[in-house]
Design a protein around this ligand. Structure first.
Ligand code: CP
Length: 308
């Protein structure tokens, strides 16, 4: 199987076989991601990181992934220091950056911007998150974490928090539907999973339940995928204030959890997971952030064709 020159825009563009191939490749690269092996697979290759929206994990783990593969990174730097401030559009930005790099990683606030960028770039684009639509590299690393720490096939998972705006949960529920998951969505009514996503899952015979109570589901699930309420997506600050503190994972809540429950979170968290949870065997979110490196190494190596 070759993924050479494939754009990575949405998990929906990938079959289950291709996803498994990406996860298998990431597993093989994990020792190098930990610095236990030295690889030169991207020797001579330049990867452009164009981030038009804030990021810590995606930006730094992509940069770490390039270094671990022996390649070099080209940064846009801050948007304020770029010609975006002079009015340069994304299309021209893609045309120009394609001449400087062998692959572009793009994060952009506008829904659909990554797909649009592929029309103007002459090198592969990896979507580092666009608006509230897609965050495919996060989904691949979420799947990798679930496979490593629990299991993928027939998983009983709850996704909680901001299910309306959360691009990570939108992508993850599609990907998990390929593995026949049982899903429970936990959110305040204002932040429910979009009905078109629920309908799509049901059409694919995926069992879906909805509730606003973590207490109701904590004893029944194998993975709890928690998300932050995304203040930056609310047009009305009062609406954010109303919902921001509705769901919290505390030590008390975990007293009724099964022993094998794994808690994931794409991070950053604000205060939806209490610090006391970090030292429990349930907490997987910092490992999950590390798994971003082998997974992004795999995507870079496959899309540039240095692994086929
Ligand atoms: N999970 C995630 O995308 O984090 P960043 O926004 O810090 O990249």
């Amino acid at each position: 199987m070759s993924l050479k020159n494939r754009h990575v825009i949405s998990v929906k563009d990938f079959s289950r076989e291709e996803i498994d191939y990406i996860l298998d490749t990431a597993e093989k690269l994990e020792p190098a991601a930990r610095g236990e092996e030295r690889l030169r697979l991207l020797d001579g290759k330049i990867i452009a990181l164009l981030f038009f929206e804030p990021s810590t994990r995606t930006r730094l783990s992509f940069e770490a992934a390039v270094h671990r593969l022996g390649g070099q990174v080209l940064h846009l730097g801050s948007v304020e220091a770029s010609s975006v401030m002079k009015g340069e559009n994304l299309a021209d930005n893609m045309r120009v950056t394609s001449n400087y790099a062998d692959l572009i990683v793009l994060r952009h606030p506008l829904d659909g911007s990554a797909r649009m960028a592929t029309e103007f770039a002459s090198v592969p684009i990896i979507n580092g998150g666009d608006g509230s639509v897609n965050h495919p590299t996060q989904t691949f690393l979420d799947l990798f974490t679930i496979r490593r720490e629990s299991h993928l096939e027939g998983l009983k998972i709850a996704m909680a928090g901001d299910l309306k705006y959360g691009r990570t949960v939108h992508s993850l529920c599609h990907a998990l539907s390929l593995y026949g998951a049982e899903m429970t969505f936990v959110s305040p009514p204002e932040l429910r999973m979009p009905s078109e996503i629920v309908r799509d899952l049901q059409k694919n015979r995926i069992s879906v339940k909805e509730t606003d109570s973590l207490e109701e589901i904590i004893g029944d699930v194998e993975v709890l995928y928690m998300t932050r309420v995304q203040k930056e997506r609310f047009l009305d600050p009062e609406e954010y204030e109303k919902v921001k503190n509705k769901l919290k994972i505390t030590g008390d809540l975990l007293s009724t959890a099964g022993p094998n429950l794994k808690i994931l979170h794409p991070l950053p968290r604000v205060d939806e997971i209490f610090p006391e949870v970090d030292s429990t065997p349930h907490a997987c979110y910092f490992k999950q952030a590390f798994y971003g490196i082998p997974v992004r190494m795999a995507l870079l190596a496959l899309a540039t064709g240095v692994i086929e």
